[in-house]
Design a protein around this ligand. Structure first.
Ligand SMILES: CSCCC(=O)C(=O)COP(=O)(O)O
Ligand SMILES: [Zn+2]
Length: 204
């Protein structure tokens, strides 16, 4: 996967996500930072496994203004929140996998604790399975502005890393570029599957 053309790399990543089955129907949304002021976000209501470059709309990070007048993702406010909070974030991927949807409901606290997995090292800066990685969980809301405000509030107390879950909804994860966002997505999805299976087996 080349990032000589980041938009092409993002489109290829969307197709890969579609093949994985992590964005059924019209679920999910994806974006790419253009610069400090603007990002490109997928258009609302499309099958994200079939996106083309024309399906990405420019959105102003500070205001959510869309110069084209078209309709970007209903969850654009979560993407622009991340770009606004963290200048190092270069790409954001939001998916609706079965594992992220179920695990975020089974885990009733405000964070999913992952520990003991070698694959934690797929996440930037993680060096040992002995360390604990906590993926925050937020209750789902149809009010994206309110959800973004809640996430921002928690992020000020505990800076966000890698991704967060929205309960019964899915995963939003990111990276400094598309390759890193994609690695975080694949790593987290693997960890979610392991954790769900572990809980199922240990409950017997
Ligand atoms: C059946 S998808 C419900 C909306 C959603 O959660 C999502 O991720 C897709 O919304 P978008 O506006 O980005 O198409
Ligand atoms: Zn969603």
């Amino acid at each position: 996967m080349t990032e000589n053309n980041p938009l092409n790399a993002l489109v290829a990543t969307c197709h890969w996500i579609g093949e994985k089955g992590w964005c059924p129907a019209t679920g999910g949304n994806m974006s790419l930072r253009q610069d400090r002021q603007y990002c490109l976000i997928s258009e609302s209501g499309k099958d994200k496994g079939l996106l083309t470059a024309d399906d990405f709309l420019q959105v102003e990070i500070a205001t959510n203004h869309v110069p084209s007048g078209r309709t970007p993702s209903a969850e654009s406010g979560l993407h622009t929140l991340l770009y606004g909070l963290y200048p190092e974030v270069g790409a954001v991927l939001h998916t609706h996998s079965v594992n992220s949807t179920v695990l975020s409901r089974v885990e009733r606290s405000q964070g999913l604790r992952l520990q003991g997995y070698e694959m934690q090292k797929s996440l930037a800066g993680q060096r040992s399975h002995l360390d604990e990685v906590v993926i925050p969980i937020f209750d789902n809301s149809q009010d994206i502005a309110a959800l973004a405000a809640e996430i921002a509030e928690r992020a000020h107390a505990h800076p966000l890393q890698y991704g967060f879950l929205v309960r019964g909804h899915g995963l939003t994860c990111w990276g400094k570029n598309i390759a890193e966002a994609r690695r975080h997505l694949e790593g987290l999805e693997f960890l979610f599957q392991c954790e769900l299976q572990r809980r199922l087996l240990e409950a017997k």
